[in-house]
Design a protein around this ligand. Sequence first.
Ligand SMILES: Nc1ncnc2c1ncn2[C@@H]1O[C@H](COP(=O)(O)OP(=O)(O)OP(=O)(O)O)[C@@H](O)[C@H]1O
Ligand SMILES: [Mg+2]
Length: 157
Amino acid sequence: MWTYVSDTPERTFVLGRELGALLHRGDFLALNGPLGSGKTLFVKGIAYGMGMDPEEVTSPTFAFIQEYAGSLPLYHFDVYRLDVSEQLEDLGYEDYFFGHGVTVVEWAEFVTGYFPEEYLQVDFVKLGDTTRQICLTPHGVGFEKRTEQLKERMQRC
Ligand SMILES: Nc1ncnc2c1ncn2[C@@H]1O[C@H](COP(=O)(O)OP(=O)(O)OP(=O)(O)O)[C@@H](O)[C@H]1O
Ligand SMILES: [Mg+2]
């Protein structure tokens, strides 16, 4: 596990951007943390790091999922309002969670039973008005490596 303390919204964006550059086809990221803790901002950074326009990333709270096209597709879920078991299955979640793009889920704690075996868990805690603690817990060797790479990249920016 690696804990990063972000003291501005920009730093959270940069953390997402640097991670986005390391992501591969089939990756799954599980984001947790209270309202306004920075999950969507982090996803904007990921999108930018994957070569997409971060402005396109908005909270999919009412749609549950938004898909952004880039060299790899990015599937952005927010399952806060999801009546989990039924609606996730109606959505055909397997095509995303086990698909060819990168999947990022906000409020992932509501759907833990549906995760793939390997994933990166990212927990956000509000420490103050502009400070957030962001804990990255890799599940699987691939994400352990990439968490190390991310740590190194963040020392340079
Ligand atoms: N260090 C920081 N990192 C991230 N966001 C910050 C930080 N400091 C202040 N903020 C502010 O906190 C808010 C985070 O909003 P964001 O939509 O990313 O949260 P969220 O976790 O996705 O919430 P929700 O659960 O409602 O979807 C933004 O208004 C942002 O400007
Ligand atoms: Mg959000």
